[in-house]
Design a protein around this ligand. Structure first.
Ligand code: ADP
Ligand code: MG
Length: 250
């Protein structure tokens, strides 16, 4: 559903994304795991159509982002790491605005907004201004918007940062539910625990390059591979508490 082929992005003479390929099938939650600065946000922003790559190809729902950007973007939802919301709108108004951007069928909008507000436990606050919302509430509102137009694929950049355990649990449950309905989810995280707990498959990125990919089990099976960069990551996957952030071990 999301296919990334040999993506390259340079900033000046620095290569932030270096030949990255990722494939996310329908119904899968794919973890994009790596330390800070590895190139996750840059990759995700390219897939979202916000940054132009120097090389490579992206297909969303079979549409090449470079050739049919509108069709590709219509099939996508995007949850950025630092979302922008118009604070002077109410939650309901924000979702309505979003529905308009995606050209949703007018007759279906109200029901779908109600459904999203319910799922993300925001129904009670739908008439409140966004500026009064907590970080977690804003996060859930942005997620409501990302799923509103029934995208086939959703990009999520570091969704668990700054959330309390209850908020994190809710989001995990919703992602599971959405993937069970066939949505392909590509989720970046710098936390091994989050990737292990939530993802069907994981691609590990280091310094702009994918150094390993597979299911958690497959990555564990590879753990014996003698490789200076991979071994600590895999050792961590095989036996550690899983709580340590990947930054500390690479
Ligand atoms: N606009 C930019 N100009 C120059 N360098 C950038 C820019 N955006 C990101 N980078 C660099 O690219 C690398 C990857 O960044 P990023 O994709 O944000 O990593 P991650 O999301 O994995 O933490 C970092 O070294 C970062 O400093
Ligand atoms: Mg990032």
């Amino acid at each position: 559903m999301i296919t990334v082929e040999h993506l390259v992005k340079r900033f000046g003479n620095f290569t932030a994304v270096d030949d990255v390929s990722i494939d996310v099938a329908s119904g899968q939650i794919h973890g994009f795991l790596g330390p800070n600065g590895a190139g996750k946000t840059t990759t995700i922003r390219i897939i979202a159509g916000l940054l132009r790559p120097d090389a490579g190809r992206i297909l969303v729902n079979g549409h090449d982002l470079a050739i049919e950007p509108e069709a590709a973007k219509a099939a996508l939802g995007f949850i950025p790491d630092r979302p922008f919301i118009y604070e002077k709108l109410t939650a309901g108004e924000f979702l309505r605005f979003h529905a308009g951007l995606y050209g949703m069928d007018e007759a279906a909008i109200d029901d779908r907004i109600r459904e999203m507000l319910d799922i993300f436990e925001l129904g009670k606050w739908q008439h409140e201004l966004v500026e009064s919302f907590s970080h977690g509430m804003k996060q859930r509102l942005v997620m409501s918007a990302a799923f509103l137009h029934r995208p086939k694929a959703v990009l999520v950049d570091e969704p668990m940062v700054g959330l309390d355990p209850r908020g994190a649990r809710l989001i995990k449950d919703v992602f599971r539910r959405m993937s069970a309905h066939g949505v392909a989810i590509l989720m970046s995280t710098h936390t091994l625990e989050v990737a292990e707990e939530m993802c069907d498959r994981i691609s590990i990125i280091l310094k702009g390059q994918i150094i390993a990919h597979g299911t958690v089990e497959e990555l564990r099976a590879m753990a014996g591979t003698p490789n200076d960069e991979l071994t600590p990551v895999f050792l961590k996957l095989t036996g550690g508490s899983g709580l340590q952030e990947i930054d500390e071990i690479v």
